[in-house]
Design a binder for this molecule. Structure first.
Ligand code: ATP
Length: 202
């Protein structure tokens, strides 16, 4: 099986930025957010099951899943939320592993925002946490999404804490500095992962 590095970090920490730098090194990415959309694409088993269960009011006019509506529907309903997670989580997991096996690079970066929260660290050989302070998480996310700081703070507080992420990380990438520094950090990690994947496949 392929050597997999799970890349995680809180909201606005720089996961996408770091993942793209690994892609520049020639490494294939598997992105949990992308897969989560694929398993509910029009015509998918996932979307069909959701429609059978919640009705066609969960569809937009163009026949896609109305994610906001579904989120609202399960928000205050623990049982329905569980039903949905039990449907989607195994599908997402299976599709991510399928994409890992199809990947052509020496190792794969799996980008998973809630890697520890959802227990997906069990699927990877090594974890890499992008670390920044909560203050920087807020300022970069506010700037990127044009949302208010309270909203970002609420999301930060709903995620696994910075100290817990750091304690569970095999590797940590510091993203307080400039992109040029990040690039050098990624390059060094890439060399290390090539070595580890070589041992893994030997
Ligand atoms: P989310 O989980 O919210 O999707 P993310 O972890 O993928 O976020 P990014 O989108 O990569 O984070 O980064 C958040 C914002 O901060 C982006 O606008 C990005 O361009 C910017 N950013 C990332 N790293 C740096 C850096 N070192 N210096 C300045 N800006 C940065």
């Amino acid at each position: 099986s392929k050597f997999v590095v799970g890349l995680t970090g809180g909201i606005g920490s720089g996961k996408t930025t770091v993942a793209n730098l690994f892609a520049e090194e020639g490494i294939c990415l598997v992105d949990a957010d992308v897969v989560a959309r694929e398993v509910v694409a029009p015509g998918s088993h996932g979307l069909n099951a959701i429609i059978r269960h919640f009705g066609t009011e969960m569809l937009t006019a163009s026949g896609e899943l109305d994610r906001a509506k579904l989120r609202q529907r399960v928000f205050n309903d623990e049982q329905e939320r569980q039903w949905l997670n039990q449907l989607l989580h195994p599908m997402i997991r299976q599709e991510m592993l399928l994409q890992v096996e199809k990947a052509t690079s020496d190792y794969v970066i799996m980008v998973v925002p809630l890697l520890f929260e959802n227990g997906l660290d069990r699927l990877v050989h090594r974890t890499l946490v992008v670390d920044i302070s909560p203050e920087l998480q807020v300022s970069r996310t506010v700037k990127r999404d044009n949302v208010d700081a309270t909203q970002v703070n609420n999301i930060i507080n709903s995620q696994c804490s910075r100290s817990e992420k750091l304690a569970r990380a095999d590797d940590i990438i510091d993203n307080h500095g400039e992109i040029s520094r990040l690039k050098r950090e990624v390059h060094a990690l890439h060399q290390r992962y090539l070595q580890l994947s070589g041992n893994h496949n030997a």
